[in-house]
Each structure stands twice: as structure tokens, then as C-alpha cells.
Design a protein around this ligand. Sequence first.
Ligand code: ATP
Ligand code: MG
Ligand code: MG
Ligand code: MG
Length: 484
Amino acid sequence: MDTAEIRRRFVAHFERHGHRAVPSASLLLDDPNLLFVNAGMVPFKPYFLGQETPPFDRAVSVQKCVRTPDIEDVGKTTRHGTFFEMCGNFSFGDYFKEGAIELGWDLVTRSQADGGFGLPEDRLYPSILDGDDEALELWRKVTGLPDERILRLGRKENYWSMGVPGPGGPCSEILFDRGPEHGPDFDPVHLGPDMPFDLEDRLLEIWNLVFMQDELSAVRSKEDFDIAGSLPKKNIDTGMGLERVAFLLQGVDNMYEIDVMYPVIERAEELTGRRYGADHGDDVRFRVVADHVRSSMMLIGDGVTPGNDGRGYVLRRLLRRAVRSVRLLGYEDRALPELMPVSRDRMAETYGELHRDWERISQVAYAEEDAFRQTLRAGTAIFDLATSELAATGGRELSGDRAFALHDTYGFPIDLTLEMAAEQGLSVDEAGFRRLMEEQRQRAKADAAAKKGAHLDARAYREVADALGTAVEFTGYEQVVSEG
Ligand code: ATP
Ligand code: MG
Ligand code: MG
Ligand code: MG
């Protein structure tokens, strides 16, 4: 079943049950706590917070989402994209747990001939928050599953809040067992409060149902908060990963191989002459390319331009990682003009503005690639100089200083330095490099703190640094780029 059909069925199912179909909001909704919309509920926040009265009490949407914290997982797990689409149904003080469980279970298990997704019941595992007896009872009643098929998880997995006082509530999930090829056997009764890490690709989380019922007075962490009472109006917020359901229904191994993403991998195979499926390291790079080309295109589509902080920095990183990954696959010419139109053609079926706005989108992306290529050229000369110096002294290890200078002055990503060094049989003093990065990070922190009015920037910057799991990367080298 193609992705477009899954999307249609999701919306149609909930429309049939009285939900108003609401189009996806931009990725750039104005929210002081978020760089990008990262869940289907974000555009509905004012309703959930009681700041606005919803014009309908049931809604369904397929929302564009970007999650920068997931960037390190892309291509390594089967299920994390930096961009993805979240299908969701919402109840604003209307139906609650029973309705949400019935509607969700019906759609995933109903036969495909009858408008559903036809996932086999014996592979599906609902989960509850341990202690949410109401949900347990309802899952039993609605699904007829025996107790040992209903997973009990802890607060870390199955309690939702916004991290601040306000609404919160237990969650249920629908997980799909992909079978023993994808992870160890498990005992559902003794799974423990957290989903075991090595089971996450086997017991795939496809749908999360949030039962917003509590009023929280304090939130100290995901697991430590105070419930002050019940919400006067209880709400439902759910999110089903479109790409995850697509990869199950399309019988492929992971989300990067679905109909709207795989053509980019195929084009990258043609360009690089390497075959997807032949080498694990290469496969991760192919998947990173497919993901990042798509997410950067969608971000530009919604108005982001590459920059040195906040949203622009995320975009810059995505574009550069895409370009770098193609290079590491062995293709050195301009890659985005070959790859991004392939992604556009698949995504424009849903997001027609990609065609209408293509002139602008492509120019932004291609200009950034050209600037990065310039950086690479300059850095490569310095790299070659360093290795010939090494050769002259008989050394086999590139110093941390060198790696840091390449990074800091020429914007040379450390992976690239590592890769290029390895090609010449050299190692790199990575620990030394990390030490220098950390020192620089501390300096930048002190600078930022010293700078008056820098509060907002620092927040955005911290968010990005956290999200990307890397130290500060945007000092110095951008100069080289903007001159290029
Ligand atoms: P996971 O535990 O797999 O990281 P999650 O619990 O962080 O997922 P939720 O916040 O519950 O995800 O989002 C609702 C649904 O959106 C998930 O059940 C999943 O199907 C989908 N989803 C979440 N993150 C991603 C992602 N990075 N790429 C693709 N789909 C995602
Ligand atoms: Mg997650
Ligand atoms: Mg989860
Ligand atoms: Mg979840």
C-alpha cells in the first residue's frame, strides 16, 4: 500500500467518525519552546491549554514534523527520520480513552479490503502506563487480547507532559512485533518499565495515544512530577508514524526504503556506482542521504534558509551532511541537483507547493552545496599539506590540533577528516580533537553569557547543540564559506 493511500485511509477513517480534517501546519509555527513543529498536537496547543475554544471537538491531521534530536539515529535505526509525517486524531473534551483505543485498533486491524491497514492482530502489542487500570481494562475489552499481550511500561515511555506545569497524562502505544530477525525474543510480562534498547527495532512503536487527564503542578523530570488534580475537560492526542506504517505495509526493512524515499537511494546508487545493501557503512550513508535531502527540502519549502544559528543552522547541517555522505559514497560532483528533484517528485504529490516554489527552494539548496564544496576544496589542500608533513617525519597520526584547525577554520567535519586519514592509512588523535572542541565550547559559552541580550540566541544555540549532539560548530569557518 503506497504512502499516499495510507494517508488517505487514515484521514477517511477519522472523517467517517466525525473528525474535521485539518491540513498540516507549517514546520515553523511560532512557539518559543520549539525550533520546529515536532508533533501533530503542536498546532492544536491553544485548544489543549484552554487558551482558545476549538471550533470542532474532533480533528484529524497529517502533520509535517522535524525532530533534530533524532539526527544521530537516522539510517542506523530503521525508524527515525529528521523529517517525518505524523498522522493524528484529536478529541477536545469529546471522546476519551475508550474511543481512542477503539478507533485506533479498528483502523490498524481492519482488513485492507475493508479500508483498514490489515495488520495481523497476533503481531500487535498494546502498551499501557503501569498502573493505568482503566486503559488495561479497555484494551482487554476492545481487543479481546489476553493480559500477557498488553505491555506495562513506566513513566519514561508512557507518561506525557509538556515538561512544565499544565496538562499531562498516561499514554498507550500500539507496537508491532517484526519478528526474531529484528531483535531478541522477549517476555512481555517481564519486559520492565523501559522498553529494552535492543528490542526497539523489533517491537516497533507505530502509534502513540495520549490520554490527557491530569493537571500537573510541578514537573521535575519525565518520571518525577506532581499531579494536582484532574483536568476539567479530558483530551485525546495521538500520533501514528506514517513512514513506519508504510514500511510495514510495503514489506521493506526500514522507513528509508518506502515509496516516497527509496527513489533517492536509487539515484544515489546510479551516481556513486555503489550498491545499496552491499556494505553496512555505505547503507547508513545512503539512508542519511535519502532522509536529509528530504528534510532539508521540506525546511526550505517552509522558509528556512541556511545560517549560523537556530533553524538556519539545523538546515545547514542537514544539507552538509547530505552532501558529505554522497561524497563518502564516492561521488564528488554537485549532488543536490541530481537528488533533490527526485525527492521533490515523490513529495509533491502531497505538497504541491514544492513544484510551485521549486525555483527558490532549489536555489537555496544548491547555493549551500556550492559554498560547502568551496570549503571542502580549501580544507582538502590543508589536509594534504598536513599528511605530507606527517609522511616526511614518518608519523602515522594526525594531531588533534590539525583536526581541530581543519574543523574550526575550514569547517571540515571530523568524520571527513577521519575518513580521509583512514584512506591514507593514518589515524587521528580524536581525543585531542574533542578536548579542543570542548575548550572552544566553554569559551563560546562564556562569550555568550558575557554578551548582553544574547539570551535568546544562546537558548536557540543550546537547543541546536543539544539536538545535534555535537559541540559548537559555527565559529570561524563560515567566514570562508561566505567569501566563496
Ligand atoms: P520512538 O520511541 O520510536 O523514538 P517516540 O516515542 O519518540 O518514538 P512519539 O513522540 O510518541 O514518538 O511520536 C508519535 C509517533 O510518531 C511514534 O509512535 C512514531 O510512529 C512516529 N515517530 C516519532 N519519531 C519519529 C521519527 N523521528 N521518524 C519517524 N517517525 C517518528
Ligand atoms: Mg523518539
Ligand atoms: Mg517511544
Ligand atoms: Mg511514543
